[in-house]
Structures are given as structure tokens and as C-alpha cells.
Design a protein. Structure first.
Length: 205
């Protein structure tokens, strides 16, 4: 049986995202490092057509470079009326990582579309890669269903949070507390699934 790792690299430069994963691995005494610890690593081009493909590209490439286990994610918003768009282009929907422009474009695309046809979901795919065995990556997915509001609501969020309405709560992601969001979010769902599976997967030969 393979020993659990002493170090896991999370393929992000986002300190907030890193904190979430540090908490997950801390109970096993595992040190979490990020791409900020490896400035020599070049950005991996996200050329995949799905969240899983993009996350796998990052995990496999960086794991092979560092010879360490690497966890990568990709996530975004999929709107049914727009045939799954913006999807993997969520962060770059209206250009380059401009939340206000992305939201404005989404509202323009859905102008006149009734509430009943504005269903959407957020999705996160996590890919965990072990060094030298890219064909055996662990892949988990988290989703949260909702719909696109008619106008932005709330201040507690980023990205599309102010437009993503949770019908059961009648609040957008930007109107709920950080604690609620951490329980309900697509990333939270994916991390819960990762927590269930990763040890057995890592220790398998």
C-alpha cells in the first residue's frame, strides 16, 4: 500500500482557495503548497473543452514537472438557454477576467428570456494527479443548481455570484453569508467528494 504524501501541490495562486485545501489535508499532517511556492512553473494553457480536461491538463503537467502529487480545479457557469455557455470560458466570457463585463454580457444574452427558462448551474471539477501515473487521476465533480436573476443582487461574492439565484432561498450567491456559501457551493460539493475518496485512491497500487 502506498504511503500518504507528505506534500500536495494545489495548482493555484489564489490564497483563499489554498486555505480551503490546507484545511482539508491538515488532518493527515500533509503540507499544502501552491504555485506561489514554485514561481518557475509556467502557466499551463487551458485548451480543454470541458472543466475536467482543463483541470487534468494542469494537474498532469505540473505533477510531471515537480514529481509531486498535484490537485487542480476548473469551474464555471453553465446556462441551459445558452447551450451550456459560458462554460469553460466563464472567466473570459467578455474578455479577460472582468466580472462586471462578464455579468453585463450574460444579462444581454438573456434579455427578454423569462424566469422559467433561465436555469443554470455552477460546476467544479477537481483532478488529483499522482506523479508518473497520469492515467489514474482521481476526478470528482460538484454542482449547484439555480437560475440567472433578472438583475444583480448582493455584495458578498465575485464572478457571477450576484446573478446566480438559489430558488429555495430566493437569494443570490452574493446575498448569502460566506459560511452558507461554503456549505452550498459547487466547490464545497466537489471537496466533500474528494474527502470521501482521495485516501483510498492514493494508497491503491
Amino acid at each position: 500500500m502506498t504511503e500518504l504524501p507528505t506534500v500536495v501541490v494545489v495548482a493555484t495562486k489564489n490564497p483563499g482557495k489554498a486555505r480551503e485545501f490546507k484545511a482539508l489535508f491538515a488532518k493527515d499532517g500533509i503540507t499544502v503548497k501552491t504555485l506561489l511556492d514554485y514561481p518557475e512553473i509556467e502557466d499551463v494553457l487551458e485548451t480543454g473543452h470541458t472543466f475536467e480536461e482543463n483541470a487534468r491538463l494542469k494537474a498532469d503537467t505540473i505533477s510531471a514537472t515537480l514529481n509531486l502529487p498535484v490537485l487542480a480545479d476548473d469551474s464555471g457557469l453553465m446556462v441551459a438557454y445558452l447551450h451550456g455557455q459560458p462554460g469553460v470560458r466563464s472567466a473570459r466570457y467578455a474578455g479577460d477576467h472582468n466580472d462586471a463585463a462578464n455579468n453585463a454580457k450574460l444579462l444581454t444574452e438573456l434579455a427578454g428570456v423569462p424566469e422559467a427558462k433561465r436555469s443554470a448551474k455552477f460546476q467544479t471539477d477537481l483532478v488529483f494527479a499522482k506523479p508518473n501515473v497520469p492515467q489514474k487521476d482521481l476526478v470528482v465533480t460538484g454542482q449547484v443548481a439555480g437560475q440567472i436573476a433578472l438583475f444583480p443582487r448582493g455584495e458578498n461574492g465575485f464572478g457571477y455570484d450576484s446573478l446566480f439565484l438559489l430558488p429555495d432561498l430566493n437569494k443570490t450567491m452574493a446575498e448569502i453569508s460566506s459560511a452558507q456559501k461554503n456549505q452550498l457551493s459547487h466547490r464545497a460539493q466537489a471537496m466533500a467528494e474528494l474527502e470521501k475518496q482521495w485516501r483510498q485512491w492514493y494508497q491503491a497500487e
